[in-house]
Ligand binder design. Structure first.
Ligand code: ASP
Length: 344
């Protein structure tokens, strides 16, 4: 990774924003790959009610640090010539371990108070693996990769998925590993709100994590990992582990990872629909993502966002919620971290 060079003094005032970015660890133009192909990584840490007015500077800094750590770990894999699959896993694993996000440790809790986790991975050549409703797997995204690589199946759920984990030598952790006080409190609030309204349980959740990447070989990959929705019904599975709904990749169109109310993403097959618009209707990635989020999802009443990337390394990040935790980095020097409607 090339290091930022210090700016020249006379231009200091004019370049203050860039200086700040450099101090925060931003890269200036990382060298493009030797063959001129771009390498690109985009991550998200969930869409939802993420507003400046509700954020303290300490919280904002902490989310930024979490996103930066995941972004740089994934990008380092691409810089070393690693595959997009390895890059998205490296990024997602870090966010699964970070209790700020709704995946792995710190995931939201279901109606019984358990973290019940879903994850999927797919590469641009059409290989896919996923797990749903696992409760003892520290890094569900790694188990999804094992399903893809070491089984003839695409999706394993619950106890069967955990037995497969043991067969593969994955160490399981106790349920208590995942539970953090903030999520216990959120579950209590959701149950209270649902009881007061005496209607369907409140099912808010933000902080699902995902990544899409393009590697030097020109292969795309997408990965998503989540605890789903707070107070979700026992047995509920969201869109994240459903190929085409919350996660999709094809080297012929695009790679997508979604975050939002999964039921809408499943019904609309959101991730695949974006790639289908690119592939069959020859829309640009930005057009397809905009139409999916601001027209189709909006029309159906769904909320959320996606990150997406095409085989040329063009990216699109869009959402119809107040904010989405997201970050992008490429070999042409882009390094951005955003939370609210504008990238900042
Ligand atoms: N899409 C996830 C689910 O419905 C939740 C989220 O992204 O916030 O399981």
């Amino acid at each position: 990774m090339s290091r930022p060079r210090p700016p020249t003094a006379p231009l200091l005032l004019a370049v203050v924003p860039f200086v700040l970015a450099a101090l925060a660890g931003a890269a200036r133009a990382a060298e493009p790959a030797a063959d001129g192909r771009p390498i690109v990584l985009v991550i998200h840490g969930g869409a939802g009610v993420i507003e400046r007015s509700r954020m303290t500077s300490a919280k904002e800094a902490s989310y930024r640090a979490g996103l930066a750590a995941a972004l740089d770990a994934g990008f380092a894999v691409l810089e070393r010539g690693g595959s997009s699959l390895d890059a998205v896993i490296a990024a997602v694993r870090i966010m699964e371990d970070d209790p700020q996000f709704n995946a792995g440790r710190g995931a939201v809790l279901d109606e019984d108070g358990f973290a019940v986790l879903d994850a999927a991975i797919m590469d641009g050549n059409g290989r896919a693996g996923a797990v749903a409703s696992v409760r003892h797997v520290k890094n569900p995204i790694e188990l999804a990769r094992l399903v893809m690589d070491k089984s003839p199946h695409v999706l394993l759920v619950g106890q069967g998925a955990e037995e497969f984990a043991l067969e593969q030598g994955v160490v399981l952790v106790p349920e208590s590993y995942f539970v953090v006080p903030r999520r216990v409190q959120e579950l209590a609030e959701a149950k209270r709100a649902a009881a007061e309204r005496a209607k369907a349980p409140s099912v808010k959740g933000a902080g699902t994590v995902g990544a899409v990447a393009l590697d030097r070989a020109g292969n795309l990959a997408a990965a998503t990992s989540t605890g789903g929705l707070t107070n979700k019904h026992r047995g509920r599975v969201g869109d994240s582990p459903i190929v085409g709904a919350g996660t999709y990749a094809s080297n012929e169109s695009c790679a997508v990872s979604g975050t939002g109310e999964g039921e809408y993403y499943i019904r609309q097959v959101v991730a695949y629909d974006i790639c289908a618009m690119v592939h069959y209707q020859h829309k640009t990635l930005a057009q397809a993502v905009h139409e999916e989020i601001h027209e189709k999802l909006q029309r159906s009443g769904g909320t959320g966002g996606v990150i997406a990337m095409d085989p040329s390394g063009n990216i699109a990040t869009d959402f119809n919620t107040p904010g989405m935790f997201r970050a992008a980095r490429d070999s042409r020097g882009r390094r951005e971290i955003g939370m609210y409607a504008e990238i900042q």
